[in-house]
Ligand binder design. Structure first.
Ligand SMILES: Cc1cc2nc3c(=O)[nH]c(=O)nc-3n(C[C@H](O)[C@H](O)[C@H](O)COP(=O)(O)O)c2cc1C
Length: 272
């Protein structure tokens, strides 16, 4: 697949270009100076600067390249999982410079029986051709809503890279074995917390929460096996569509959307 490997440049954003060319006077007294400092701070964190550090190229050339570069149909992998792997690798690399934190944080949206949507952040814990996996409390609001309507939407907000990925799909629970394997890989305290918290319910006070945790900690001290709670496990979201959004200059962003088509995928370009 041409041009979209993990070494593909991490683009900067149109935001960076605008900040870099605001034209504010550089010696305008204390306020101007403050402003300049702010702009410099922002400038230092430009994604294309990070990319330069990663690839060791000429910064000026890299910037020009970014301004011309985008996401083309020819860049795309044959399937969205492979394309996601390339962008996720870029996002992980961007954490090295502090540009991005928690590249696996994604917003999951669900719809309740009353038609009201709700969203929240969760952490992606795995992905492959079968789908995107996250873990949660099976009695939580999101899980109850998914039980009634498994259609869901995942959004990866990689703003500092001027990128987002949006997955529309269907969620199913992962096997008990898959849940157990992940649950036992978590820190002991996180395992206790999953047992202690009745996620999404009203809790009378912080003390009640800590009391429930203390009960679990007494039952399952460090070094003992913490049983997987019945009310906790994973979801795998099988994608119907996956959109890759790349910010470009003048708001002429690139939006390329994969849609399942038989055994493969078709790709459409959407207007920004
Ligand atoms: C960065 C971040 C990561 C989170 N990761 C998870 C997660 O992996 N699983 C989870 O159940 N909640 C996670 N949460 C908490 C959820 O956002 C949410 O508060 C919780 O799942 C309850 O949501 P619900 O009441 O809508 O079901 C995370 C929150 C943040 C800010």
């Amino acid at each position: 697949m041409p041009g979209a490997g993990p070494g593909h440049p991490v683009p900067g954003g149109p935001v960076g270009g605008e900040f870099a060319h605001t034209g504010h006077p550089r010696t305008a007294g204390p306020h101007g100076t403050l402003r300049l400092r702010f702009l410099q701070d922002v400038r230092v964190r430009q994604p294309h600067d990070t990319d330069v550090q990663v690839h060791g190229d000429d910064p000026a050339a890299m910037r020009r390249q970014y301004r011309a570069a985008g996401l083309t149909e020819a860049d795309l992998a044959a399937d969205p999982c492979t394309q996601f792997a390339h962008w996720f690798a870029d996002a992980v690399r961007a954490t090295g410079s502090g540009l991005l934190t928690e590249p696996n944080a994604m917003v999951v949206s669900t719809v309740g029986a009353d038609g009201a949507p709700s969203s929240r952040t969760v952490l992606l814990k795995g992905y492959d051709q079968r789908g995107f996996v996250f873990y949660s409390n099976y009695d939580s609001r999101k899980s109850r809503e998914l039980a009634g309507n498994p259609r869901t939407c995942l959004l990866f907000p990689w703003h500092p890279m001027a990128r987002q990925v949006i997955v529309s799909g269907t969620a199913t629970r992962v096997s008990a074995e898959e849940t157990a394997a992940y649950f036992h890989s978590r820190p002991h305290g996180s395992q206790l917390g999953a047992r202690a918290s009745r996620q999404s319910t009203v809790v009378a006070s912080r003390e009640v929460l800590e009391q429930r945790y203390a009960e679990q900690a007494a039952r399952f001290p460090e070094g003992t096996q913490v049983p997987v709670p019945d009310h906790w496990g994973g979801f795998r979201v099988e994608a119907h569509t996956v959109e890759f959004w790349q910010g470009r200059e003048n708001r002429l962003h690139d939006r390329l959307r994969y849609t399942r088509s038989g055994a493969g995928w078709s790709v459409d370009r959407l207007a920004p």
